[in-house]
Structure formats: C-alpha cells, structure tokens
Design a binder for this molecule. Structure first.
Ligand code: ZN
Length: 472
C-alpha cells in the first residue's frame, strides 16, 4: 500500500498510578458506580486548584525515554478550551508548546519484512475527560449518560509521524507500544479505555481524514481498512476526499462523519496559570537509571544467552510476564527445549482458552521440560499434561502417576508393534508395494495401543523392522 499514509495519536491512561493527574482521587474507578470518584478539582468547580501529580510526570518521562525521545528541559501545562458534556469545567488541562518530550522512534517489522523506524513526533501529558455512555450507537442514541469518574485520569498522548503504510503496520506498532508500556509497569491494558487511538489517514494526493476514538486494540486494523477502502472508492468515482473528523462505530464496523476538522486555534490554548512550569531536566538521569530492560534488548539477549531462534525470542518477550516465566524455567533446564514448549505449545493452549500465563505454574512447566529431557515422557504426553493442568489443575508428576502416562518400556512397545503390524496387513501390503506413507497408519495404531506413551520415532523404526522380519 505505497500510497497510504497513517499517523496515530494514542491516548494512554497511566492507570498504574494511585491518584489522578491533579487531585487525590483514586484511579481505580473501573468497577465503581458512576460519579463516585470525583472531587471539586477534577470536576473543575469554581475556586478549586489543581496540583501536579509528580509521579505522573515521572511515569511520562519513563515512557518517553523508552520511546527514544528527547525530554524537555522545562515543560508546562495549558488550558485547551472547548465545550463538551464530558468536560464539566469547559477546558482540559493539556500541553501545547513545551510538551514533555519530542523526536523519538519505535522499531517494528514492516510489511516488506524489513525493520522500520516509526518516528514519534511528541509525547505530552493531559487529563482525561469524563465518559459519555450512549444508549445505542453514537448517531442514533435517544439519550446519553455522563460518568465523571474518568475526569482527571492521567493521560499520555503519543503522536507519531505519518510513517505507517498499512493497517497491519499500525496494529504492529500498537502491539509494540503496549508491550513497552507493560514492561515499564505504568499501564494495565486490560482495563476499559486504557488505550484509545485517533488516526490520520490519507491516500497520496488526497486530504487527511481523522478517525477518532478507536477504543479497542483489535478495532484499529478494521477501522483503518474500512477508511482506506472508503477513500479509494471515492477516488475511483472522481469524488474529492474532504478533510474531516469521523467516528469509528465498532458495532457496525464503519466510520461516520461527525464534524469538519478543528484546528489548534479553535481551542484557544492559553497557559494554565494555576500550575507552575516544571523544570524536569534534573529528573531525567535518575529515571533513566531505573529503566528496566526493554523488549528489543531482552529479545536480543534471549537469543544470545539461550541460543534460541529469533521467532521464539520474539514470542517470549512480547509480554513481560511470559519473559520472566521463560527465564525462570530456562535457568533451571534445557533453555532451547523450554523455549519450544513455552512459545509454541503453552502459549497456544493459553490463547485457545483465553487465559494468561498466570494460569500456569512455572514449577509445572519446569517439571514437564525436565521429564522431556530425561526421556521420561513423550511429546504427546507433554501436550496432554499441559492441557490437563489447564483444564483441571494438578501437578505433572501426579498426573503422570495417576493416569499411567509414563513413557512405555521397550518390551511393551515391541509387543504393541507386533500386534499392530499383525492387525494391519493391508497397510503392510501397501507399504511393500511402494506407498511409504502407509507406515504412518501402522505407527498410529501403535500410538493408540500405547495410549501415546510410545515415542513415535522409535515406533516408526520398530514397525519397519517388524515388517522386514516378516518378509524374510
Ligand atoms: Zn478528584
């Protein structure tokens, strides 16, 4: 998609903070009844004075450093004036000139398979407005409710250059950003509204269209694809794409026009006189020193230290919890075997059940990897163990004992092979007449007779030997 240009503005709730951006209200409102986490400051009642949450600014600097940005010497807050029902004081405290940070980048794997640098224009801080709850879709709702619990939640806005070339790249960028935020422990992506995206999309030669408020991570790719198709169709029919703001309707999977695009001067930004400019240059060295190992660095280290493939390293570092889990197991067992079983098998089984890595004990994984490297169990049994533990708990050792899953001894497998060959004479004839694959059927019979406890490669060898013995 050479002619597509996509830039993103991502609003990130710093929801690991205890209190809001400018007041002491708790940030854990997500399960609370509407309008119960508010005070005169976050409601903007006359006479109330905001106070900057220092920790929020530190979190913002942490993120900006992780995105390779330059941090400002001094930063300050502005009032962004507009009227909207979710904003009771009629302005939002945000940043305009003097944002927290500028000029960073994030690396992703582009559509051409090459590593691409997506440039970050700026990172600034602001407060979240409240939340409107429409009864139905935004353009057809009969009434709308307002919840001010979200007012004053600390937000970080990350703005990219229009460097993304496809909806898929946009999703990869967001995946990467989310991974970084979780590594920094400033953000819990599972909470409603924790990450919201506005996007600017244009085709070569056309005007920019802004699609606002895409709130689900999965929605981004769909919303962008829809919007690109819409613009292509207009272009094909010779209709000009007008610069406007559209809303993504998740229920119907379409974008709808809401207004023509506003410009910065529409907001009449002016300095927030109730807040002092912050000199943050001196904070930076301390925060930089405390940055954890970030995903790209960890991936590189995993590859080198444990000798695993790049794909495995990537998969194992996409979530900090998975990375920690792997590292614990790898340090106590065969790291390559552990990588295969965690990245390829365990993650798949967790995904399938919509579970996180916390549903599986690292001790259990270690035991399984050890039993595999000791040849105590077969691959097939290891899969059974992982599934059984996820479905009804227990420890690997216990399950192996109680279900009799230990790898079958040689005599037992040999007997199963003799019986399977004797019972599959048709397959034997097929095999002898040149159909090499017929042997797989017989091996399958052996696995069935041994309930998966035979090693398939050993069974394969024994079946061949048994057939050769027969023809002699
Ligand atoms: Zn408050």
């Amino acid at each position: 998609m050479d002619d597509v240009m996509i830039g993103l503005e991502i609003h990130i709730q710093l929801n690991r903070l205890r209190s809001k951006m400018f007041c002491g209200c708790s940030t854990s409102y997500h399960d609370a009844p509407p309008n119960t986490h508010t005070c005169p400051v976050c409601l903007g009642l006359p006479g109330s004075l905001p106070v900057i949450n220092r920790k929020a600014v530190e979190f913002g600097i942490k993120v900006a450093l992780a995105l390779n940005c330059s941090i400002a010497e001094e930063t300050m807050f502005y009032r962004k004036n507009y009227y909207y029902p979710d904003l009771p004081k009629g302005f939002q405290i945000s940043q305009y000139d003097y944002p927290l940070a500028t000029g960073g980048y994030v690396l992703i794997k582009g559509d051409d398979g090459q590593e691409r640098r997506i440039r970050i224009t700026r990172v600034h801080m602001e407060e979240d407005p409240g939340r409107l709850v429409h009864a139905g879709t935004i353009d057809k709702a009969r009434y709308t409710l307002v919840d001010y619990n979200r007012c004053g939640m600390p937000l970080l806005e990350v703005v990219t250059e229009p460097d993304l070339r496809s909806p898929r790249e946009a999703r990869l960028f967001l995946d990467k950003l989310r991974t970084i935020l979780e590594y920094l422990d400033v953000f819990d992506g599972n909470l409603e509204g924790s990450l919201r995206v506005d996007s600017n999309i244009s085709l070569a030669g056309g005007d920019r269209v802004e699609v606002k408020n895409i709130s689900s991570h999965k929605g981004v790719e769909k919303a962008l694809s829809y919007e690109i198709t819409r613009q292509r169709n207009l272009k094909r029919r010779g209709i000009e794409v007008v610069q406007e703001t559209r809303h993504y309707d998740e229920l119907r999977g379409v974008t709808v026009s809401i207004r023509t695009k506003e410009e910065a001067h529409d907001y009449r930004y002016f300095p927030e006189m109730d807040l002092v400019p912050l000199r943050i240059a001196d904070w930076v060295p301390g925060i930089r020193a405390e940055l954890p190992e970030l995903p790209d660095a960890k991936r590189e280290r995993f590859r080198e230290q444990y000798g695993i493939t790049d794909d495995h390293a990537k998969s194992l570092t996409s979530e900090i919890k998975v990375a920690d889990f792997y590292e614990w197991v790898a340090a106590r067992s065969d790291p390559k075997l552990a990588a295969v079983w965690i990245a390829d098998v365990l993650k798949g089984e967790l995904n399938y059940r919509d579970l996180t890595i916390e549903s599986f004990k690292r001790e259990s994984m270690l035991e399984i990897v050890r039993m595999l490297s000791e040849n105590e169990i077969t691959d097939e049994i290891a899969v059974t163990l992982i599934r059984t533990i996820l479905d009804r708990g227990g420890s690997p050792r216990e399950i192996v004992e109680s279900m009799g899953l230990k790898r079958a001894d040689d005599d037992y497998v040999a007997r199963a092979v003799r019986e399977a060959v004797a019972d599959s004479q048709e397959a034997v004839r097929d095999y002898l007449s040149g159909n090499a694959r017929a042997i797989n059927y017989i091996v399958g019979q052996v696995m069935k007779r041994t309930k998966g406890r035979a090693d398939p490669s050993v069974a394969h060898r024994l079946v061949k030997e048994e057939i050769e013995r027969q023809i002699c």
